[in-house]
Design a protein around this ligand. Sequence first.
Ligand code: FE2
Length: 426
Amino acid sequence: MLDLILRDAVTPDGARVDIACKDGRIAEIAAKIDAEAGEVIEAGGYLVTPPFVDSHFHMDATLSFGLPRVNESGTLLEGIALWGELKPQLTIEALKERAHELCRWAIAKGTLAIRSHVDICDKRLLAVDALIEVRKEIKPYINLQLVAFPQDGYLRDPNAAEQLSRALDKGVDVVGGIPHFERTMEEGAQSVRALMAIAGERGLLVDMHCDETDDPNSRHIETLNAETVRHGMQGRVAGSHLTSMHSMDNYYVSKLLPLMKKAGVAAIANPLINITIQGRHDTYPKRRGLTRIKEMLGMGIPLALGHDCVMDPWYSLGSHDMLEVAHMAVHVGQMTGMDEMRAMFDAVTTGAAAILHLDGYGLDAGCQADFLVLQAHSPVEAIRLRPARLYVIRRGKLIATTPPVASQLDLDGKQHSVDFTRTARQ
Ligand code: FE2
């Protein structure tokens, strides 16, 4: 007997299907499955999708809003100063408690894979130890990937090189970096070369905060592309943020993007954070600061979107909802074409899963039985409504439910039920 059957759901491609699960995997996906199962869930024609994937997050800082004080200006620089004030006060218990709370929020919103950067510029490596424990404890529910992130600069912080190496020895998964924060452009490039060599030797994936600045001359992405080719690491490297590209000369970008495509370097944009943090020194016109996602997609450069922050020194808002991220990308990136909106949905699901090298991700037979049902009928409607995650299924088991949203109106004695979905027009 099957463990679970989901009946009458619509896939992101518009197919009406049943999904059968056995031993944690999708046993069959077909128009109609006649079989018995321990649990049957009626999707009622709503959208089923593989889980959301957050490809860029900072779990060591999350939910620390107000500790030790709030970011009054909302700027990046006050955020970095605030994080510096908070770091000495961190404890493993508090870090874990906040991380687990965030993971529960993520599960409720249907996000079952998160790549989190973890700051290694603390001699105690408390956050590394805490998040390695969380990664193990949360594994039944969330794939948590950790990136060794030298927040204070790999070369600028005299202890970062040794600590990054210790963090990787402890089992952190991915090599990070922050070349634009090094003291000079040359040292930024040098840090990229050093970190790529480490990743090459250890056989690890790379994800660097890269050119997260409004400076059009911040061009570490070109070094990242070149080093990726030199080490033969195509498909294993991501540049996060890449906001300087928004300000770069168009001619230079026309050379840069084909090199990025050839190197197989992925882009991870963080629209919620970059629309609030970039362009702060501008008067008007004011730059949006999001990297060139439209042009990247046009060229077939792998793209994912990350949440980056939730209630931390840099961003006081958020509930860890990847549909909010996609919604913001649609607006800031002017991605309002139907295919473009659909691409933004992919950037928080399948596109992100590919960049993270997630194993068994998808809605095909043989994949992990991880999926969710949304109170919407299509990816575009999901972005429009950011609707209730009706059912969240992990390894063939129902792990979270949210009741459908419906408002009841009484207008001059006439009753109306409103749920905001509009199938016919989508
Ligand atoms: Fe970040």
